[in-house]
Design a protein around this ligand. Structure first.
Ligand code: 2P0
Length: 324
């Protein structure tokens, strides 16, 4: 019996990963930069045993069906190959997200799975190697190996595509992110399908690729200078550009819902009234609001006039991977 356990926190990209140049290796089209957060995480245990005939995957106490288990199995195959073993495994994962959040995260999930597997098989991977391995499970997972600000270098091959922490002199500790949870049961386009469709068909995708490097450079300079205004403006602009690409895809789609627009409007009106905050969104209707930590209570209270308390969750910068 070989066992390992790990915890990984989710991350939200300030400069988005949107599109792959290699689907099998999960090599992205552009560098991305995220903030790891403390509010949502996944704990995973992996145990390999010669007694097992097949891999099993239990998520939040429920045995998963074949599709979810196959995804985990494909990931375990990579680790088995590295370790030179054929042993099958039992994987148990728990997502620590507030109830009804609609926030199950492949970033924290795959990062925790990679780390727990690393421990179980005694691979002794460095954090860089772990980031490469996690990337194969889900692109954004490579960033959840590290805490605080993290950049994923797109690279050119399996070896060169990985994340690393971005030096920040603890700037992240001055920040907060308010999650505005919007569950309106719209039909989902998974991020994987959404990216693929956008890369293949969107007339706006070349514009995305053209501007992402400048956004990244501006954001990194803002981190170095602890310039919150530039950080926020760049985050919001970059997110809007990513979402604009989906409108020009064939067929078109959007992750925005009416309530997302309400949240975005409130951010703009708070700003107009002198309360600095900025929004970003990912492959779903939830809106994440970036603000200074000193302003978080005021901004949360403004949102509480429109959204019920269980839909509002404050997060702060979180740590990298943890073994226990
Ligand atoms: C990001 N997203 O940078 C971007 C922004 C969603 C929008 O990474 O196909 O689950 O497994 O590599 O990492 C979500 O996509 O996709 C994501 P795969 P992943 O956070």
């Amino acid at each position: 019996m070989h066992e390992g356990q790990a915890r990984a926190y989710t991350n939200i990209a300030l400069i988005k990963y949107w599109g792959k140049k290699n689907e099998e290796l999960i090599l992205p089209m552009n560098n991305s930069l995220s903030l790891t957060l403390d509010a949502f995480y996944t704990e995973t245990s992996v145990s390999f045993s010669s007694q097992l005939q097949a891999d099993t995957f239990v998520l939040d106490g429920k045995l998963q069906e074949s599709a979810a288990t196959a995804k985990v199995s494909r990931f375990l195959d990579l680790a088995r190959e590295a370790a030179g073993t054929q042993l099958r495994a039992t994987v148990k994962s728990t997502n620590f997200v507030p109830t009804a959040a609609g926030l199950a995260s492949s970033a924290s999930g795959m990062a925790a799975l990679a780390a727990a597997t690393n421990a179980a098989l005694g691979l002794e991977l460095s954090d860089s190697d772990l980031s490469r391995l996690a990337r194969r499970g889900s692109g954004s997972a490579c960033r959840s190996i590290f805490g605080g600000f993290v950049e994923w270098e797109q690279g050119e091959d399996d070896q060169t595509s990985l994340a690393h922490p971005v030096a920040s002199d603890s700037f992240e500790d001055d920040l907060a992110m308010l999650f505005v949870l919007i569950n309106d049961k719209q039909k989902d386009v998974s991020s994987r399908d959404g990216m693929r469709r956008t890369v293949a068909t969107s007339a706006f995708y070349p514009g995305w690729l053209q501007s992402a490097p400048q956004d990244l450079a501006t954001l990194k300079a803002a981190i170095a200078q602890k310039d919150f205004t530039t950080l926020g403006e760049t985050t919001e602009a970059n997110g809007l550009k990513m979402h604009a690409t989906t409108l020009a895809a064939v067929p078109p789609f959007t992750y925005w819902s009416p309530q997302s627009l309400v949240a975005m409007d409130l951010v703009r009106s708070l700003r107009a009234r002198g309360s600095e905050c900025y929004f970003t969104m990912d492959a779903g209707p939830n809106v994440k609001v970036l603000c200074r930590r000193q302003d978080e209570a005021f901004i949360k209270a403004a949102f509480a006039e429109i959204f019920t308390p269980e839909r509002l969750i404050l997060a702060h910068a979180g740590p990298g991977i943890q073994y226990f």
